[in-house]
Design a protein around this ligand. Structure first.
Ligand code: SF4
Length: 385
């Protein structure tokens, strides 16, 4: 496909470094207080070269959104982000003032100088990993910052000229961790953020938290608490005019994350860095997960790709249901050949709403989304047989 016919895509860059690993974290990260930024950039350049070969030297690729995620991208500082921007400008093009350019930041490493330099580059959205404004909860989670530091980071971002500000908050902590989830939500709102991502804590088996749960040293909360806290987020944030536009995401009008919408509506995205995933020309392609393996492959001139696949019809149907139902856009019943009778009980139970042939899950539906999607997919698969 020529560059001119390709709609501007979503570009993701993975920064695989964190000062230390939080107790619950299962992401592709490596401990490093002073990341080898030049080495990482050289590997990204090699990754990009592979893309040029894959796409037949397409020339500059137009991008609609850029998302620098991690890990801890704020460890790049001002100079690291400037070098990254220079590298990207050699391969991609975007319209200044039109692009949505997000960087994830942790409160402890987001300096005013770095935030100002990012803003000058055209970064216009920050997503800050706050998780809680409660010191006890932050310590229990293994975070490096405290509540004062979290609020100060939001203030620094604003002082640097960012008004499109998101915070991540985490709920579903064990009952032994004395924290008020409602207070955390109110605190975020009072700081004037425009977007909140609220994620439920999960105890992944490989993490320190997962091991404590497996030995019985920590008990994860009962389902009732999880449901209550999720519903609290919906109620408190909606009271402050935040609209829930996806299972975990809430925004004031005009501040939804455009980058994530690219994933959810199934448009193309291209990822650079360890563990980055891409969907390009109907193919899913993903990179090796660990930084050391990615670095060694890039340095030796081998491929940094770990796998690729072309989704089957069944894969595409499941993904389309999954992505559509997680957002407020929902799914069009006719486009998916779904008989209204199949989902009538969802509406009766209050899990979904129907309007003009479009089915959307309610917050009660989002709480049981896995089961609902699996049920619908298997009914449709049976109809295919
Ligand atoms: S800061 Fe984020 S990516 Fe890094 S260890 Fe903690 S949870 Fe994982």
């Amino acid at each position: 496909m020529s560059e001119n016919r390709r709609p501007p895509l979503a570009l993701y860059i993975h920064v695989p470094f964190c000062v230390r690993r939080c107790h619950y974290c299962d992401f592709a990260v490596t401990r490093s207080a002073e990341p080898p930024v030049d080495e990482w950039l050289a590997c990204l350049a090699r990754d990009m070269l592979e893309w040029s070969e894959e796409l037949g030297d397409p020339g500059p690729i137009r991008v609609d959104t850029i998302f620098v995620g991690g890990g801890t991208p704020s460890l790049l500082g001002g100079a690291g982000m400037e070098s990254l921007a220079e590298l990207l400008a050699g391969h991609f093009e975007w319209e200044a003032g039109q692009v949505e350019w997000t960087v994830e930041a942790n409160p402890g490493s987001l300096t005013l100088d770095a935030a100002r330099r990012w803003r000058n580059l055209g970064v216009n959205r920050l997503s800050i990993g706050v998780q809680s404004f409660d010191d006890g909860a932050l310590e229990w989670l293994g975070r490096l910052h405290d509540a004062v530091g979290a609020a100060a980071a939001v203030e620094r971002a604003r002082a640097a000229g960012f008004e499109n500000l998101s915070v991540d908050l985490i709920f579903g902590l064990p009952t032994g961790v004395a924290r008020s989830w409602g207070d955390d939500l109110e605190r975020a709102v009072s700081l004037g953020v425009t977007h909140v991502s609220a994620y439920g804590l999960t105890a992944e088996p490989r993490t320190p938290l997962g091991k404590l749960v497996a030995t019985g040293s920590v008990r994860m909360p009962e389902e009732d608490q999880y449901v209550d806290e999720y519903c609290n987020a919906v109620n408190i944030l909606s009271k402050h005019d935040f609209k829930q536009y996806e299972v975990s995401n809430f925004a004031l009008d005009g501040y939804e994350c455009r980058h994530n919408w690219h994933y959810w509506i199934g448009s193309e995205y291209l990822g650079l860095g360890p563990s980055a995933h891409s969907l390009v020309e109907g193919r899913r392609i993903w990179n090796v997960t660990q930084w050391s393996a990615y670095r060694d492959a890039a340095k030796s001139g081998s491929s940094v790709r770990e796998g690729r696949e072309t989704p089957t019809r069944a894969d595409r149907r499941l993904e389309s249901l999954w992505l559509g139902l997680r957002t407020r856009r929902g799914i069009d019943l006719a486009a998916h050949a779904i008989e209204a009778g199949l989902i009538r009980h969802w509406v009766a139970e209050g899990w979904a709403a129907m309007s003009d042939g479009v089915l959307c899950l309610t917050p009660a539906g989002w709480l049981r989304m896995d089961g609902l999607v699996a049920e619908l997919d298997s009914r449709l698969a049976n109809d295919d047989d």
